[in-house]
Design a protein around this ligand. Structure first.
Ligand SMILES: Nc1ncnc2c1ncn2[C@@H]1O[C@H](COP(=O)(O)OP(=O)(O)OP(=O)(O)O)[C@@H](O)[C@H]1O
Ligand SMILES: [Mg+2]
Length: 457
């Protein structure tokens, strides 16, 4: 409440107007239940909603949102974007949205401007830009929404849609035309087996001091070599859960075992050799004066000898394209660069269990793709990767298993194919698109563009 009122008070608005705007913004973002909470205790998504509410309360003429939905679950993201659209439609406010994930925004925006290294490479009405500048946009590192990618790939096969589809509904019209001529055929891909267990969560409860229970009776087994996505609405307990693997949080009740260590007894140093956690907010990581020192720090702490420290540091600097920043002050880098430094510093340790809390926020598509391919490779060496994310498309493409949390409980735990199919909010775009095409022999659990194209071969 104080955070949202602050800007208004600064501008010396009358009290009753402040009260009115406060209510209005709390309601719009659906966060009135948070009004008396401490900011530092909020989940990542809750903080983001408060930030948006505090700007909205000012009723600006131009509203600039810099990746407003990157930490929001699909439903909250949709709400924030619809709200931005309403402000634009009804109040005539100009909205400028900065976004990496086109799939979330294209149905809301009138105009698309693509920047690449400081230059405008495409600018125009959304549909025009997406159909005419596909190449430029891809080269600028922007990820295409699955439906646009599908339209483009069909175009390469000589099937050019009448108009580039922007929504799932328009995508269906396109697919209907295609399927009338094709005869689909689908081979179920082999599923990876769960490896030897490497961590186990047993009847875990976590209750924050004078808060409600953030985790309620969670039980899980994690295997070696698994690529696991943890999903769930904002404040569902994802961050709280993963902080138990490296001892940042200890169970209120129940138990977490990590590679033979009971986290109730193990020290943070012991756990740090086995578990690397990249925080949701990269600022929580960075404290050293240079990027290089930042990465050295944990290695030295673990007693790795100097020669080895140097080799590892050079390796990860190279891997995350950070060489040119090695002597820079980490906190003054861009969001995506900070994210990479944080990742590099954790990966240098080569932890057996690697946990990334929302790592794709702020990462452009190309880097995201490289990161995911790297993580996939990392799991094939027998390491376990846990990805906490709201990014359904990324999960559909790269993860093996999905764990869905809701209000502190595990509600789904299984293969991604069953977990992500036929759900309105947690399904990838292509899965929603293909649902009515059962009659043509398209299976209902297809998740990605490439899978769909395979069936059409
Ligand atoms: N330090 C804390 N003190 C008190 N309550 C907390 C604290 N940290 C988190 N919470 C509360 O615990 C619940 C779960 O929070 P958590 O951060 O685990 O959610 P999350 O699933 O990671 O959400 P998001 O997607 O928004 O990051 C929320 O209601 C949150 O407000
Ligand atoms: Mg979180």
């Amino acid at each position: 409440e104080r955070e949202i009122a602050f800007g208004l008070e600064n501008l010396a608005f009358p009290r009753d107007l402040i009260a009115k705007r406060l209510e209005e913004s709390l309601d719009t973002l659906g966060i009135s239940d948070l009004r008396h909470r401490q900011l530092h205790e909020l989940s990542g998504g809750e903080k983001q909603k408060v930030a948006i509410a505090s700007v909205l309360a000012l009723h600006p003429e131009v509203l600039i949102l810099d990746e407003p939905t990157s930490e929001l679950d699909p439903k909250s993201a949709e709400e924030v974007l619809s709200l931005a659209q309403r402000l634009n439609d009804e109040l005539g406010i100009t909205v400028i949205l900065i976004e990496h994930r086109l799939d979330r925004v294209i149905q809301h925006v009138d105009r698309l401007v693509v920047l690449d290294r400081g230059r405008v490479v495409a600018d125009g009405a959304t549909r025009d830009v997406l159909s005419k500048s596909y190449q430029e946009i891809s080269e600028a590192g922007v990820g295409m929404p699955p439906i646009i990618k599908l339209a483009h790939k069909l175009g390469e096969k000589g099937i050019t849609p009448n108009k580039t589809p922007l929504t799932v509904k328009e995508g269906r019209i396109m697919l209907e035309e295609v399927l009338q001529k094709a005869s689909p055929n689908w081979l179920e891909p082999a599923q990876r087996d769960n490896g030897k267990p490497v961590a186990e969560v047993e009847k875990l409860w976590h209750v924050y001091p004078d808060g409600p229970a953030a985790l309620k009776n969670v039980s899980l087994k994690l295997g070696e070599g698994e690529f696991i996505a943890i999903m769930g609405r904002n404040a569902s307990g994802k961050t709280t859960l993963v902080k138990h693997f490296n001892g940042l949080l200890r169970p209120t009740k129940g138990m977490v075992m990590v590679d033979g260590l009971d986290t109730r007894k193990a020290t943070v140093a012991e756990l740090a050799r086995k578990v690397g956690l990249v925080f949701q907010n990269p600022n929580d990581h960075l404290f050293a004066d240079t990027v290089e020192e930042e990465i050295c720090f944990a290695l030295k702490n673990l007693g790795v000898e100097n020669g080895m420290v140097r080799t590892r540091v050079n390796q990860v600097l190279e891997q995350f394209k950070l060489n040119e920043y090695r002597r820079q002050y980490p906190r003054s880098l861009s969001g995506g660069e900070k994210q990479r430094v944080a990742l590099a510093s954790v990966l240098a340790i080569q932890p057996k269990i690697l946990i990334l809390d929302e790592p794709t926020r702020g990462l452009e598509y190309r880097l995201k793709h490289e990161l995911m391919s790297f993580l996939h490779e990392y799991t094939s060496q027998g390491n376990t990767v846990i990805l906490v994310t709201h990014d359904v498309e990324t999960v559909a493409e790269y993860a093996d298993r999905v764990i869905l949390l809701s209000e502190g409980e595990v509600v789904i735990d299984g293969n991604k194919r069953s977990a992500l199919s036929r759900a309105l909010l947690f399904s990838p775009q292509i899965n929603r698109l293909i649902q009515p095409f059962h009659k043509y022999g398209i299976p209902g659990d297809i998740l990605t563009v490439d899978e769909l194209l395979q069936t059409l071969r």
